[in-house]
Unconditional design. Structure first.
Length: 94
């Protein structure tokens, strides 16, 4: 589930292989419309699909001249980003 307020795209629930495509489709319009911070504070379950989602949001935003940053990224996802060598690409903020 996504909510959008004050340029914050808050993701709630699971971000796994079964939900990532739908989350991308729902959030893409926000990412191309303005600079957005994707907030993972309400995410309950994450796998590597969450990294793919961030990268897809970022790609969509950049194609429209916008920027995506990330907040409240769980340590487990940071570890995966390090493992895959994409830490710099996810633009995590504290």
């Amino acid at each position: 589930m996504l909510t959008f307020e004050n340029n914050h795209l808050k993701i709630a629930g699971a971000v796994v292989i079964d939900s990532a495509r739908q989350l991308f489709e729902e959030g893409r319009g926000y990412c191309i419309g303005s600079d957005v911070t994707v907030d993972f504070s309400a995410a309950t379950e994450l796998d590597s699909s969450a990294l793919a989602l961030i990268l897809e949001y970022r790609r969509a935003a950049e194609s429209a001249g916008k920027r995506v940053t990330v907040s409240n990224l769980p340590a487990s996802l940071k570890t995966l980003a390090d493992l895959y060598g994409v830490t710099e690409l996810i633009a995590a903020t504290p």
